[in-house]
Design a protein around this ligand. Structure first.
Ligand code: DAV
Length: 375
């Protein structure tokens, strides 16, 4: 086996080593101050919690295994997490919850920046122990790669002080949109909180979505932790459930980004891209009107692609419009059947975590302008 070198600075340089999640034991978590956000009013999931039906777990695992085979067939090394029994109650000195979540989406908890992988201080109580599923891999990378930096952000306490009480009570869609635009989210600024899937890595610059799962203090922590990087705050009015940046704003290669047309980046925040000659295109429409049953995410998982290199991209196999757009933009498209995995935590980008991509820490934004940088 090739020796392990942990290193990745962005989402598009040539991928050689990656983690693909597993669906085993995944639960629908009980409601808690932060997760009510996840369940849209008219969702078939409201009020349900506990282990997901076994046949859906098996179908999701088949597609995750299928993705693994496709990647391995292209010479990419793939590692898998070790699921724990997520259907267990959790108690810490500060909170209790009836069940945990799962380890299908490594992207949410693991943030790879250069030779470092850190586990994020996530705001959902049900996800507090999720990093444990990746512990055996981290331990192995630590033994194999003398330069690997195995890190963890400060563990949050997640007491009631971390959430605005009753934030979701009788909230309407209009009210949600208004709050997204006003940067009024369920988490308070009591302690640093972020999900890694809110952090878009573009070399020296880290663009963080300010939303339901990431607060300003989380970004401030990232800036101090990565002093040689520039941390930016971005947000996407138009998204009533702003959780994770990877179905809203997706770079395909240096200089090119697709943006969800329902969640356009505001003008003031676009400037840093235009003055550095980056183009931002509207993403193609999703092929589906609805997400699959028991799914948290929106139909915009159509954009949630896994890029293998500047010319090659994995797209969900039924997303005909997104595949067509990628083709027109000069990418070779690998269709990957993945809709059965969506309910377990997202699309192809969510379901993966970078270990190695060839390439260096580029400075893609030498012309810095006011508008996004957090300091
Ligand atoms: O559009 O529902 C999904 C992102 C999952 N990581 C959405 C965002």
């Amino acid at each position: 086996m090739a020796s392990t070198v942990v290193q990745s600075w962005n989402d598009f340089d040539p991928l050689t080593h990656v983690i693909v999640g597993r669906a085993d034991h995944t639960c629908i978590p009980p409601s808690e101050p932060a997760t009510e956000a996840k369940v849209p009013e008219d969702s078939d999931m409201r009020g349900l919690w506990g282990p997901r039906p076994l046949e859906t777990v098996e179908k999701a695992n088949q597609q995750l295994d299928g993705l693994t085979r496709i990647l391995e067939g292209r010479g990419i090394r793939v590692d898998r997490p070790s699921p724990i029994q997520w259907n267990q109650a959790v108690q810490t000195p500060d909170f209790t919850t009836g069940a945990m979540f799962g380890c299908m989406p490594p992207r949410d908890v693991l943030l790879t920046v250069g030779s470092e992988i850190l586990s994020a201080p996530m705001s959902f109580r049900c996800r507090y122990w999720e990093y444990l599923a990746y512990h055996p891999l981290m331990q192995r990378y630590f033994d194999d790669d003398p330069n690997f930096r195995w890190e963890q952000a400060p563990r949050p306490r997640l007491t009631d002080a971390s959430y605005k009480q009753n934030y979701f009570d009788e909230i309407t869609l209009d009210e949600r949109l208004k709050r997204t635009a006003e940067l009024n989210f369920v988490t308070t600024e009591h302690e640093p909180l972020f999900d890694s899937a809110d952090v878009l890595r573009l070399g020296k610059d880290l663009f963080c979505q300010h939303g339901l799962t990431t607060n300003r203090r989380g970004m401030e922590w990232l800036q101090r932790h990565f002093p040689r990087h520039r941390v930016h705050s971005v947000n996407f009015p138009g998204d009533p459930y702003p959780i994770h940046i990877d179905a809203s704003f997706v770079p395909l290669r240096p200089g090119l980004i697709i943006n969800n047309p329902n969640r356009r980046l505001p003008d003031a925040q676009r400037k840093i891209f235009s003055v550095n000659d980056w183009e931002i295109f509207d993403a193609a429409q999703p092929a589906h009107n609805e997400p699959p049953p028991l799914c948290y995410s929106s139909v915009w998982l159509s954009m949630n692609c896994l890029i293998l290199d500047h010319k090659t991209v994995c797209v969900e196999a039924s997303e005909v419009y997104q595949m067509e757009q990628m083709d027109k933009l000069g990418m070779e498209v690998i269709p990957v059947p993945f809709r059965d995995a969506y309910p377990f935590g997202g699309g192809l980008h969510c379901a993966t975590g970078d270990v190695h991509r060839d390439g260096v820490c580029d400075d893609f934004f030498p012309n810095q302008v006011q508008g996004t940088q957090i300091r």
